[in-house]
Design a protein around this ligand. Structure first.
Ligand SMILES: Cc1cc2nc3c(=O)[nH]c(=O)nc-3n(C[C@H](O)[C@H](O)[C@H](O)COP(=O)(O)OP(=O)(O)OC[C@H]3O[C@@H](n4cnc5c(N)ncnc54)[C@H](O)[C@@H]3O)c2cc1C
Length: 402
């Protein structure tokens, strides 16, 4: 019989969320097996997709000692956010000076975070990376889960954490049900250079077909996320450069002047997906494996990082108390904490998406009045800013400022 490597936790999926969980557990002395299907896609300076990373996520990276490596790369701190509506004259402006903080968040390429996590993981003796590697079998045997890899090696641990993305082969294999909703919208991302400077502001204009965001980059360019009805995306994606620039500047109300240059375009069809259960005996889902959400507020990976921070806290606490880290009793605490927070964010994103897609006049007036009212009411505006920075609600220890 082949030998079996024993671990405290097996993590499947070494994206930003799985890598973060591995760091959080590995630096506390746990033995972690991190199983990843592909070599990481580490592109810096060319990836059309970038993420808006909240202050809470930044704090998680700081706690895990990965932030300095991220901040040494071309990342862009944004100090302001401006949101407005094509169908009314409502405008909402957030400015970090109002809350006496130096920035609201950062715009960062996924490759920068993946590289920093990978470097940090290499310093942790207890973390073994299996990459490229796929699982063949998952079996629960008494108080352990056994993962057999396609190459025949076997790993065992009291807990398996699945951070293997929205399609989650682990979730599928274990038959954990998801609720799924197709938005019939597609997001198109590209890097663009505008005639006017972006002023370190994250801009978002709501159009009837979906929101259009311009996110500031360190080199003065912007990264756009243009959400379009699914039957319009092919037309926009295939426009020649000049026609694309004209359509984009128009959709953005020429807010940053003409579009003078742009890079390759990439698209993602949008679905909302939520696992009915995040946990079962010996297994926890986190990140996109548990929830996929509309990108309109740029929250997806931020929610996944909070999942990782909460799950790490729950596991370390159970271990300190000599309790079974993979028991349903332990894992339910993680599920209760994160599932309700994530559901709230999903419901809010859906409501906003629906409200701003509504072209009838009363809805437009309501939006305009609502945005202006929020803009004028400082306590409401401050509460929204705290949400956008990820600092509202009950934060896990890793996300709290030290
Ligand atoms: C257009 C768009 C814009 C977005 N913008 C933002 C934003 O501004 N801010 C934000 O927070 N979020 C944003 N998101 C969401 C963000 O992309 C996801 O939430 C995030 O990538 C999820 O990370 P993850 O680590 O959970 O999953 P993934 O990044 O999907 O990683 C999963 C990992 O598991 C691996 N894997 C899969 N199957 C297996 C297997 N069988 N065995 C081993 N490994 C496996 C994969 O190779 C991968 O490395 C956006 C999404 C879209 C579509």
């Amino acid at each position: 019989m082949a030998s079996m490597d024993q671990y405290d936790v097996i993590i499947i999926g070494s994206g930003i969320v799985g890598g973060t969980l591995a760091c959080a557990l590995g630096r506390s002395g746990l033995r972690v097996a991190l199983v990843e299907a592909r070599e990481p896609d580490i592109r810096i300076g060319t990836d059309p997709r970038v993420y808006a990373i909240t202050r809470a996520s930044e704090q998680i990276f700081r706690s895990l000692e990965v932030w300095d490596a991220i901040a040494a790369q071309p990342v862009c701190a944004f100090t302001d956010m401006e949101v407005w509506d094509a169908g009314s004259d409502g405008v909402l402006h957030f400015d970090c000076a109002e809350l006496a903080v130096p920035w609201l968040g950062h715009i960062i390429e996924p490759g920068i975070m993946l590289a920093a996590l990978q470097d940090r993981l290499q310093t942790l003796d207890g973390v073994d990376l299996y990459c490229p590697s796929l699982f063949a079998e998952i079996d629960c045997v008494a108080d352990r889960v056994v993962v057999t890899l396609e190459d025949g090696r076997s790993l065992s641990a009291p807990l398996l954490a699945a951070a293997d993305g929205a399609r989650s082969p682990v979730r599928e294999r274990l038959g954990i049900e998801v609720r799924r909703h197709d938005y019939h919208q597609t997001s198109l991302a590209a890097r663009v250079h505008t005639a006017l400077p972006h002023m370190n502001t994250a801009w978002q204009r709501f159009l009837p077909g979906g929101p259009l965001a311009f996110l500031p980059l360190a080199d003065g360019w912007s990264s756009i996320v243009w959400t379009l009805p699914e039957d319009d995306v092919e037309r926009i994606e295939s426009l020649d450069q000049d026609a694309f620039h004209a359509a984009l500047a128009n959709a953005f109300d020429h807010r940053l002047g003409d579009i003078v240059d742009s890079g390759p375009r990439k698209t993602w069809p949008l679905v909302r997906q939520h696992a009915v259960h995040y946990v079962q005996e010996r297994v926890a889902l986190l990140g996109d494996a548990a929830h996929a959400i509309h990108p309109l507020a740029g929250q997806g990976v931020n929610l996944g990082l909070l999942d990782a921070a909460v799950l790490a806290g729950v596991v370390l606490e159970a271990r300190a108390g000599n309790r079974d880290t993979g028991s349903l009793h332990t894992l339910r605490r993680y599920e209760r904490w994160r599932r309700s927070d994530n559901q709230l964010m999903m419901t809010a994103m859906d409501g906003i998406n629906r409200l701003f897609s509504n072209v009838n006049l009363p809805a437009g007036r309501l939006r305009g009045a609502g945005l202006s009212l929020v803009g004028l009411t400082a306590p409401v505006r401050h509460a929204l800013m705290r949400h956008a920075m990820g600092l509202a609600g009950d934060l896990p220890a890793l996300a709290r400022p030290q």
